[in-house]
Design a protein around this ligand. Structure first.
Ligand code: ATP
Ligand code: MG
Ligand code: MG
Length: 382
């Protein structure tokens, strides 16, 4: 079969590799780490830095199309590869998603509202900030994920201290918003501009990390869900995106819908689609990058997705252990996905569990049973 290329070796790459192989492709993964989830699943692992000239030459020479699972791959690398081969998403879109300031400008360009915010480049910018943005959340413009690189600040003094603590790098200060709910939408856009979406996902975070995703997004008005789907499509359209894009949204206490951030790739909140939809976000990514038809995915089972963090691999005394998978797999509708990471660490994403059942009530009951067996948070389930 033909070869596809993937930049990055994490679990998102691993699940994309599985989807590509299932469609008859062989996959080459560029990842500097010797042991990685995607590297282990790949037909060939190029172990080199993302900007390694020889590795990039090989990718461009041998792959029919190239994608990335890691949004912080240098945008110049995608640009260079894109000169020879279809690269989806393309460098400019990835560059926007790498930088919260550029991302917010893109929201404005597409006419999509987001949190009131300011770009802070220096201590002087902090001192001059509009106090209407406080209390707020200071976020580094680049490289943050899972709540890393963020500080909640109540006043100007805390803002100045937090800016220094984050290293004095460019940051975005966002007003702290009263959140009623969090949603996300996955949109896939083909080279021909055709777009399809997965159903709206409702998300709950614990300690800044996604804990639970529910689909359908019960409790969210259908008109608001439709609006989220429209806005995600408008954002993809506004940079002629090709590939899978995830847009995170906030629903405020007053019912307003605001965009939070985008990811230029499949997203943790879309993992449920492997087991609960006719086509997964990873299959959509492969189809979009390879220029294949994009079917409209259909949710066939209401479901809950529970993230499995490394904490589960440690008992109360801090001793390492293996969670009781056999007990979890007794539950009807349970699908276990482990990423094959070498070492469990606290707060590290080791896998996820999807509970997909005939009814939402059944899925909720089985998901709650899973939380009891594994000792998981019950966010979104009670
Ligand atoms: P991800 O792992 O999703 O990439 P991240 O580190 O980029 O996360 P954000 O999505 O910006 O971080 O924020 C993490 C979480 O913090 C949000 O999902 C939300 O729960 C909360 N949060 C972020 N910004 C705000 C805000 N302006 N007001 C209230 N809560 C917020
Ligand atoms: Mg983020
Ligand atoms: Mg986020």
């Amino acid at each position: 079969g033909e070869w596809l290329g993937m930049l990055g070796g994490g679990q998102l790459g691993r699940m994309a590799v599985h989807a590509a192989q299932s469609l008859g492709y062989r996959v080459m993964v560029l990842e500097p780490d010797a042991h990685s989830p995607a590297g282990a699943a790949a037909d060939e692992h190029l172990q080199a830095p993302y900007d390694d000239a020889d590795a990039l030459t090989q990718l461009a020479a041998r792959c029919a199309a190239i994608s990335t699972e890691f949004e912080n791959v240098p945008a110049q690398v995608l640009e260079r590869l894109g000169a020879d081969r279809p690269v989806a998403p393309a460098a400019p879109a990835v560059a926007v998603c790498q930088d919260r300031a550029a991302e917010k400008a893109h929201f404005a360009k597409a006419g999509v509202p987001c949190a009131p915010h300011a770009l802070l480049q220096s201590a002087a910018d902090c001192a001059a900030v509009d106090v209407g943005l406080l209390p707020g959340i200071l976020k580094t413009a680049r490289m943050g994920y899972d709540g890393k690189g963020q500080r909640r600040v109540k006043n100007a003094a805390e803002l100045a201290a937090a800016f220094a603590e984050l290293g004095g790098v460019p940051c975005v200060l966002e007003q702290m918003l009263p959140l009623a709910a969090e949603l996300s939408v996955i949109v896939a856009r083909g080279r021909d501009g055709q777009m399809v979406t997965l159903p709206v996902q409702r998300n709950w975070h614990v300690g800044g990390i996604l804990a639970t995703t529910a689909v359908p997004a019960s409790g969210i008005a259908p008109e608001l869900q439709a609006e989220a789907l429209r806005r995600a499509q408008a954002l993809a359209e506004a940079f002629a995106y090709v590939g899978v894009l995830c847009v995170e949204f906030f629903v405020l206490d007053d019912g307003r819908l605001l965009a939070n951030e985008m990811a230029p790739r499949p997203h943790n909140s879309g993992h449920y689609s492997i087991d609960a939809c006719s086509h997964s976000q990873f299959e959509l990514q492969v189809r979009a990058m390879a220029g294949l038809p994009l079917p409209a995915p259909r949710l066939h089972s209401p479901c809950f997705m529970l993230n499995l963090l490394g904490d589960l691999w440690f008992d109360a005394a801090g001793q390492q252990r293996e969670p009781d998978w056999a007990a979890v797999l007794q539950l009807s509708g349970a699908h276990l996905h482990l990423y094959g990471k070498a070492e469990p660490r606290r707060a590290r994403k080791m896998g996820h569990l999807t509970i997909a059942c005939a009814t939402e009530a059944q899925a909720r009951e089985q998901a709650l049973a899973a939380t009891r067996i594994l000792g998981l948070p019950t966010e979104g389930l009670v």
